[in-house]
Design a protein around this ligand. Structure first.
Ligand code: 3H9
Length: 699
């Protein structure tokens, strides 16, 4: 077996190579191995310097994140002690040069900064992304980085966690040289020139004040409700206030505080969850199916956004509409979206034009026979979708993926309109499709394992987080969203103020309150779906009353400048007493008593409704694991990642407490609050949702 860290020689330079695939994380044995090699170089009189380099695709992607859970669970000692190792490395008399390709992230960059010099290939990226998993740099990043690049820039990098390019790092003085050509050879040549002795800890000229207010203002928009970024600022500021070793001690204290926080545990859950969802039992992990050309039916909001998603990934698209007017409108929207991205400086004009040049508009099925995937994105109507799939069946090439973007309808019934149900699958994008990261892959009963594998690979190519879900009304996301929004509306009917319901959920961390979401998406969408499914309504079951009335009044939400709220020209929401009056009138007619409703009840009614329905979804095998549900909610429904997702949040509260609360709601509101059998079972056994391996175990 290859050693984790190996020392080889190139003349008078020692090459210390890390072999810890896939990303050379600093797992146990790696830091020790590096230090041992550095010490061997020091002791060997035939060597003058060392190069530290990663094998495979990257330098060092940081600490091994899996180890953190062992510390917080008590399985491992309560310390993350890299500082003594790094101190010994940087005290070495012979210079050590970090040679960076791929990424030097977190502990990886911290190792590089404890080296005497850093060189990198142009494509490399470096950063301190710890805040993205609820941590701060814990091995001197907040102390060495400001000494190398200045306090303000270091504070920004540590607080937002976004990596920077090698070129920027070079300009800032973090990277000493960009290497063209072979990295190792370039690093060895650099090492031969390098003199010993330059240590980041000894530099202090660039330390200074941090414009904390400016960073906090941006944090409030980008990382609302998170504590780690604030702690990262504290630690970078400590570098200017304290000596190096005191600064390190302060950083370690703040790091430990973050490590044991609910925020960090939830974000680590979300990090691994995003990767776990791509592992589906019975589905090949790699697909040989390549999507090189796509055809999309429908150039409306969804179809246009999906087309842009493909174009952005460099996949040519044929986009079909039924009328020239609809096609022109769709194309104009796509063009306008690209223009606004260019105007914001996020895309070059040439790139926008290149993407647009991959788009072929059509009113016919011309070009569909060459497509590897056909995506249907027309509005939610079963008869229409079946008619379209019957047509696609005639024109698509054998073996092409036939995908529907349906958000609620039965994928098996749609597949039945074709003679090849094994090739039919749901690809449920979220609006705006070119922005939202989630893709629900809905497997029908005939969908083949290869088709699911190909869809997962395609999702990755499109830059999406793809989650495989089972076929039921609303699948995972929308099925759970229904009781969540239902409770929000019931709360208003029972006397809660509209804005308060939204604000409580927003303050919890949701991207938007549940009623505002309705206004954004268009209240008419749900209205149409309710009409489509009217035959499924249960006799005597309480139904939300207000939205149907709002739609009758033509108040569809933001697009009509009125819905739950009124909206000004800039789409700012304005409370509307007319809607409050409507709520009171409808409640009186339905005999719903009015009462004071606490903020705690608002939060619990909405969030526990999610978890209770999630438990049913899990029990039925519609979601493979509770983490799949969490990933859906964090990436598609604006659930705060620092609360992990609705199932993680329920686990955090404790399922016994969740069950007790749900029983209170059941006593007060009846059968809609009947606890899910799985919740009752797990709570009784003292377990968590994350312990349940139902569908994942026997899929
Ligand atoms: C830290 O460093 C704290 C320090 O201050 C020191 C404290 C003392 N650990 O994402 P991918 C796995 S905190 C363990 O699919 P990509 C990942 O789960 C850390 N595992 O590839 C996956 O496993 P699997 C700071 C890790 O090419 C596989 O590697 N660093 C780690 O799309 C491939 O990953 C970060 O936060 C890790 N650190 O992206 C960086 N990283 O195959 C986190 C990855 O079983 N990592 N894995 O599903 C990343 O951002 C991306 O993984 C990276 C590669 C950009 C590196």
């Amino acid at each position: 077996m290859e050693k984790l860290v190996q020392l080889t020689r190139d003349g008078d330079v020692g090459i210390i190579t890390i072999h810890n695939p896939p990303v050379n994380a600093l797992s146990p044995g790696v830091p020790e191995g590096i230090l041992q090699c550095v010490e061997e170089v020091q002791a060997d009189s035939s060597l003058r310097a060392a190069v530290l380099i990663g094998s495979g695709r990257t330098f060092i992607a940081g600490a091994d994140i899996k180890e953190f859970g062992k510390i917080t669970s008590g399985e491992k000692e309560r310390k993350v002690g890299l500082n003594p190792t790094l101190a010994k490395m940087e005290s070495a008399a012979k210079p050590v040069v970090a040679a960076i390709h791929g990424t030097a992230l977190g502990g990886g960059l911290e190792f590089a900064m404890a080296c005497h010099y850093r060189v990198a290939v142009a494509k490399a990226q470096v950063g301190q992304p710890e805040v993205k998993i609820g941590l701060i740099p814990g091995a001197g990043g907040t102390q060495r980085l400001p000494r190398l690049i200045g306090s303000q820039k270091a504070a920004e990098m540590c607080a937002f966690g976004d990596p920077i390019s090698a070129a920027e790092a070079h300009a800032l003085g973090l990277v000493d040289e960009i290497i063209d050509g072979d990295l190792q050879a370039g690093a060895v040549a650099f090492a031969r020139k390098a003199a010993a002795g330059r240590r980041a800890r000894d530099l202090s000229g660039k330390l200074g004040a941090v414009d904390r207010a400016a960073i906090e203002k941006k944090l409030a928009q980008k990382m609302r409700g998170r504590k780690a970024p604030i702690r990262a600022l504290d630690a970078v500021e400590a570098a200017s206030r304290l000596g190096f070793d005191e600064g390190l001690a302060e950083e370690s204290r703040l790091f430990m505080e973050c490590l044991f926080s609910s925020e960090s545990k939830a974000l680590i859950h979300a990090f691994f969850g995003e990767r776990e969802v791509s592992k589906v039992p019975g589905v090949p992990p790699k697909s040989g199916f390549a999507v090189n050309k796509a055809a999309i039916i429908g150039a409306g909001t969804m179809g246009g956004g999906i087309a842009m998603t493909y174009l952005n990934a460099g996949i040519p698209v044929v986009l079909k509409e039924t009328t020239q007017e609809a096609l022109d409108k769709g194309l104009a929207t796509i063009r306008k979206n690209y223009e606004s991205t260019v105007a914001k400086g996020r895309l070059s004009n040439e790139d926008a034009e290149r993407r647009l040049s991959l788009l072929t508009p059509t009113l016919t099925y011309d070009g569909f026979a060459e497509a590897d995937i056909v995506v249907e994105a027309v509005f939610e109507n079963m008869a229409l979708k079946k008619q379209i799939f019957a047509e696609i069946d005639k024109v698509a090439r054998p073996g092409a993926i036939l995908a529907s973007n349906t958000s609620t309808l039965d994928i098996d019934e749609i597949a039945s309109a074709t003679a090849r149900p094994q090739d039919v699958i749901g690809h449920h994008f979220f609006s705006p499709a070119n922005v939202m990261r989630l893709l629900e892959i809905v497997r029908g009963k005939a969908s083949s394992a290869e088709l699911i594998s190909a869809s997962l690979a395609l999702g990755k190519k499109l830059g999406k987080v793809a989650v495989v879900v089972g076929n039921c009304r609303g699948f995972v996301g929308n099925r759970m969203f229904h009781p969540y929004r239902r409770e929000a509306q019931f709360l208003v009917e029972e006397g809660a103020a509209i804005a308060e319901v939204d604000d409580v959920l927003y303050e919890f961390g949701m991207a938007m309150g549940p009623l505002s979401v309705g206004d954004l998406a268009g209240l008419d969408v749900g209205w149409r779906i309710r009409k489509e499914f009217k035959h499924l309504d249960k006799e005597g079951e309480r139904k939300a009353l207000i939205e149907d009335q709002l739609c009758e009044m033509g108040r569809y939400g933001q697009k009509t400048k009125a819905g739950w709220y009124r909206y000004d020209e800039k789409r700012n929401r304005i409370d509307d007493p007319e809607v409050t009056a409507l709520a009171r009138k409808l409640a009186a007619e339905a005999g719903i008593p009015q009462r004071e409703i606490s903020r705690e009840e608002i939060l619990d009614r909405c969030l526990l409704a999610l978890a209770n329905e999630g438990a049913r979804i899990l029990d039925e095998g519609i979601a493979l694991r509770s983490v799949d549900i969490d990933v859906v909610y964090v990436n598609g429904y604006g659930f705060p990642a620092h609360w992990g997702g609705p199932m993680w949040y329920a686990d955090f509260l404790g399922l016994d407490k969740v069950l007790a609360r749900i029983r209170v709601f059941e006593a007060r509101h009846g059968s809609l609050w009947e606890p899910a059998p799985l919740l009752v079972r797990l709570a009784g056994e003292g377990k968590k949702f994350s312990d349940f391996q139902g569908a994942a175990a026997h899929a």
